[in-house]
Design a protein around this ligand. Structure first.
Ligand SMILES: CSC[C@H]1O[C@@H](n2cnc3c(O)ncnc32)[C@H](O)[C@@H]1O
Ligand SMILES: [Zn+2]
Length: 446
């Protein structure tokens, strides 16, 4: 008697299944089966329905694809959403955000803001996000409790920040977090030197060495504005990326966030080092920082992922909307309507994000053996009719309200648009209490 395969835990029957890898494929009349948190089956619907499954779920009018990966953000900054708008990066940061952070950010702030960010992201189809903020230990506890996946960066700056007296103190806490989370199934830890203009040479060289030693990512704002390049040339006689190369930070573990300023030598360094670029188009537009040349990077072979940045410079954590902005902006920047087509845009928001975070063997595409991090979007509504091409519809016509169901490692976090692991009413009320305190203070941002 041949061995019967164990029953599937869940069999999903969407109208469209978009695996992302192989590229450009849309499967109709197909099913996806999950066993032990992993994708165990992708097969024609009729064939799959003959298999034993503990639960079978029809997803009519829905597109099933990998969960979105928000490759850059500052989760707890949700509590600073709308506090200082319509400003350029440096006055936004130095005159408003940093003063507000030193006045208000503590463990309770990070706990509440991170939970709010996770709820907003899960409701928007994001199953994995990269976070760079203060009190990373607290953020990791919230991620653990909410069931989502995240890379948590250890923030490192030359000056004291909430939760760390100096960079050495931050590193000490950070290395402890590496040890604590080494075996965690959903959490990874990276180094988060804030930017070339806030971290000195000796600390950057030390981070490069430590990242090699513990095999971790390096997540950093780089080449966000033209002013950053000018300042680096004046202070260091080098462009920031060249300086980072000299200090040993360039390599596949580097996650270079923003990169709106790229000359030929920068491009060559990115290609040669296999570093990833994290594109944050809406933050770059809102702070008038510049335009990342996504198509040029992509054609040169650089892995380009996408991030929302924090809710204080965006002002939402809507990766689907961000991807649409990226697809539209890429065409304007490249002067070509073919730049960043819908399929590549979806790849940027899934598999490329996973690759940037070093998770592409585990998530980012629907392939047998990968973790079942999945999202379904409902394309049956009026705004998506008529429908010729489901991926075009997802990127150019749908919006985050179309998000229906979301699973992380086969565990459902969103059911028909409803959060299963978080209390929406409570999150809203807690966020309002924070806003009451912050807005009610005469020193809200100064
Ligand atoms: C190292 S913790 C995060 C730190 O970064 C600040 N921040 C948020 N958005 C940006 C951005 O676009 N460029 C530079 N710095 C940014 C955030 O407020 C924290 O202070
Ligand atoms: Zn940022």
């Amino acid at each position: 008697m041949p061995n019967q395969p164990a029953p599937l835990d869940l069999l999903l029957l969407p109208t469209w299944l978009v695996p992302v890898e192989p590229a450009g494929v849309v499967l109709r009349e197909h099913a996806l089966g999950i066993r032990d948190g992993r994708i165990a089956l992708i097969a024609p619907r009729e064939q799959a329905l003959r298999l034993e499954a503990r639960e079978v779920r029809e997803l009519p009018g829905q597109l099933l694809c990998p969960g979105l990966v928000n490759a850059h953000g500052h989760a707890a900054m949700t509590l600073l959403r709308g506090l200082a708008d319509d400003l350029p990066l440096m006055s936004w940061l130095q005159e408003h955000i940093w003063p507000a952070e030193s006045r208000w950010v503590d463990e309770a702030f990070v706990r509440c803001g991170t939970a709010l960010a996770i709820a907003e992201q899960v409701k928007a189809g994001i199953s994995c996000f990269a976070d760079m903020y203060f009190y990373p230990q607290v953020a990791s506890e919230v991620v653990h409790a909410c069931g989502v996946r995240a890379q948590i960066s250890i923030p490192l700056l030359d000056f004291p920040v909430p939760g760390a007296l100096d960079a050495q103190d931050a590193l000490r806490h950070g290395l402890q977090l590496f040890d604590d989370l080494r075996q965690h199934p959903r959490l990874s830890v990276a180094f988060g030197p804030h930017a070339p203009y806030t971290v000195s040479d000796d600390k950057l060289a030390n981070i490069a060495m430590l990242a090699e030693e513990v095999d971790a990512g390096i997540h950093m704002h780089i080449h966000e504005t033209a002013g950053e390049i000018e300042q680096s040339l004046a202070s260091h006689g080098q462009r920031p990326l060249a300086r980072l190369q000299r200090l040993g930070l360039l390599g596949p573990r580097l996650q270079a966030v923003h990169m709106t300023q790229i000359d030929e030598s920068d491009l060559a360094m990115l290609v040669e080092s296999n570093a990833s670029v994290i594109h944050c188009p809406e933050s770059n537009l809102k702070l008038a920082s510049g335009f990342c040349p996504v198509e040029r990077l992509w054609q040169a072979g650089v892995n380009v992922a996408i991030g929302t940045d924090g809710a204080a410079s965006n002002n939402d954590l809507d990766l689907l909307g961000e991807t649409r902005t990226a697809a539209l902006l890429a065409k304007a920047v490249a002067g070509s309507a073919q730049a960043l087509d819908a399929h590549r845009a979806l790849r940027m928001a899934t598999l490329n994000g996973a690759r940037a975070l070093g998770l592409d063997t585990q998530i980012g595409s629907l392939e047998i053996g990968k973790l079942a991090d999945l999202v379904s979007f409902d394309l049956s509504g009026l705004g998506c009719q008529p429908l010729y091409d489901p991926v075009s519809q997802l990127i150019y016509a749908a919006n985050r309200q179309c998000t229906r169901h979301l699973w992380v490692a086969g565990k459902q976090l969103l059911d028909n648009g409803r959060l299963l692991r978080q209390d929406e009413e409570q999150l809203i009320s807690q966020a309002q209490q924070w806003a009451g305190r912050i807005a009610g203070s005469p020193t809200a941002t100064a």
